[in-house]
Design a protein around this ligand. Structure first.
Ligand SMILES: Cc1ncc(COP(=O)(O)O)c(C=O)c1O
Length: 454
């Protein structure tokens, strides 16, 4: 409910992350405690695009909900993709406490049960043959470990990846990423040899095609062309399902797999946000029946409590004996390893992958109905619980409705639903795997109200 009397908008030293829509929302919704904390946050944190200054202050994260200082609860349909098992899963919290009591840390050069057990588990579920692992603290580092493995295994240093992709904030991962925010201007120079192709897209194909299938074919042709022209690319790295999201057309990854093999290029799948069940299969690439050479997981691996990521390489890629690819301080931390192992067990034992598929299908059906009702909705797409609702001012020209998307986002927030927008006009929903059809129906209802009259 919108309060009758609006408070003045937040004052800020700069306009970073502060559009008029956001200022208006903040003016209506932030209580004194949130304002005080946000001011302190801004005082002590360096500003950066997208995340700082922050939107609001929260005091609780539980199940699918986050709660702000004013006691308002929001269904968190973003959660940075860490909250697959819901926030604060009691079994995970218990396992972490038990592990802290039993063995809180493993110094380098020593091993311990939890790290070995996690390595064994990941090897058994990953879509690579007889996989071996390295653990890192964050996804960006794990992506860079994967690139190093590919360099040493192939004796080549170049990479190919998609424009518009995000693979992390490190110099190496930002180099293979394709977003200006992370790679352009005075941030560079980045890792040399990082080349890019335009990605496939069923709705806005950079190759100018009219269907997802044609887009996939054009994109695969370009990958083949570039790998052939260069002749010495170590790895092609991509998310199997583009985060926007865009679903790969049938046969696309099989074609790319064949192309990579032909050119002696390894295929690395970044499954950091979409792996571990989010798409309705344990790994997103299982939908495409394609095995990468190296797969990278992270985010939800730590159960939404602790940071841990992993690069898992197929047999034949244990090539680092003379190097240190991932000599990270917390590489074999027993507490993060135990958290990851318990998280995977929860995902498996609570049937969360199947639930993601079921509720995802339910969502797509409901959202397709919303599309018929609201001309602002140009496209609805998704796989499992990776869902995109693209807003356009005109369906024929597909003109992005970015301003409207922001308005809809803040209206939804006021009604208890939190999500983010991608590329300005794609409402991106990535709820936890524990979300129910009732939660989803409520979210669709909120979106329906939020779209009305915009
Ligand atoms: C596809 C993808 N790769 C890599 C990363 C980087 O992970 P981290 O933030 O843990 O370094 C992210 C994070 O958002 C991601 O979405």
């Amino acid at each position: 409910m919108e309060p009758a009397v609006a408070k003045p908008p937040l004052e800020s030293e700069s306009d970073t992350n502060l559009s008029p829509e956001r200022r208006a929302w903040a003016g209506r919704n932030l209580d004194a405690a949130a304002r005080a904390l946000l001011a302190e946050d801004e005082r002590y944190f360096l500003k950066q695009s997208v995340s700082t200054p922050c939107l609001n202050a929260i005091v609780k994260a539980e199940g699918i909900f986050i709660e702000d200082t004013a006691g308002r609860r929001y269904m968190d349909f973003h959660g940075n993709n860490v909250h697959h098992i819901g926030y604060g899963h009691p079994r995970l919290k218990r396992a972490i406490v038990e592990q802290m009591d039993a063995l809180p840390f493993t110094p380098r050069r020593y091993t311990a049960g939890p790290a070995v057990a996690l390595a064994k588990k990941l090897s058994s579920i990953a879509p690579v043959r007889n996989g071996k692992v390295l653990f890192t603290t964050g996804g960006s580092d794990a992506v860079e470990v994967a690139i190093k493995i590919a360099r040493v295994a192939t004796g080549r240093y170049k990479t190919l990846s998609f424009w518009d992709a995000f693979h992390g904030a490190g110099f190496g991962s930002a180099a293979v990423g394709g977003e200006a925010l992370f790679r352009s201007g005075s941030i560079g120079p980045l890792m040399p040899g990082a080349e890019h192709v335009a990605p496939f897209s069923s709705y806005r194909c950079p190759y100018g095609t009219a269907s997802g299938e044609e887009s996939g074919k054009a994109c695969a042709r370009m990958i083949d062309y570039v790998l052939g022209r260069e002749g010495d690319v170590a790895a092609f790295i991509a998310e199997p399902i583009r985060a926007v999201p865009f679903i790969p057309p049938a046969g696309f990854w099989k074609e790319v797999r064949t192309i990579c093999d032909r050119h002696g290029t390894l295929l690395i799948f970044d499954e950091i946000p979409a792996g571990l069940g989010k798409t309705g299969k344990m790994f997103a690439c299982e939908h495409d029946g394609v095995a990468p050479d190296i797969v990278v997981v992270g985010k939800a691996l730590g159960g939404g409590i602790l940071p841990i990521a992993a690069a898992i390489a197929r047999e034949g890629l244990d090539v680092g004996a003379d190097f240190a690819f991932g000599h990270y301080t917390h590489e074999k931390n027993p507490v993060t390893a135990r958290a990851a192992l318990t998280t995977i067990e929860i995902i498996e034992q609570e049937g969360l992958v199947a639930n993601a598929a079921k509720v995802g299908a339910f969502a797509l059906k409901g959202l397709a109905e919303l599309k018929m009702k609201h001309p602002l909705v140009g496209d609805v797409r998704g796989r499992g619980l990776v869902i995109g609702i693209e807003l356009v001012t005109d369906r024929a020209s597909k003109t992005p409705a970015s301003k409207q998307a922001e308005i809809v986002m803040y209206r939804a927030l006021e009604r208890g639903l939190s999500f983010k927008t991608t590329f300005g006009n794609v409402l991106t929903w990535t709820p936890p795997l524990t979300v129910t059809e009732a939660d989803m129906a409520r979210a669709i209802g909120i979106l329906d109200e939020s779209l009305s009259g915009v």
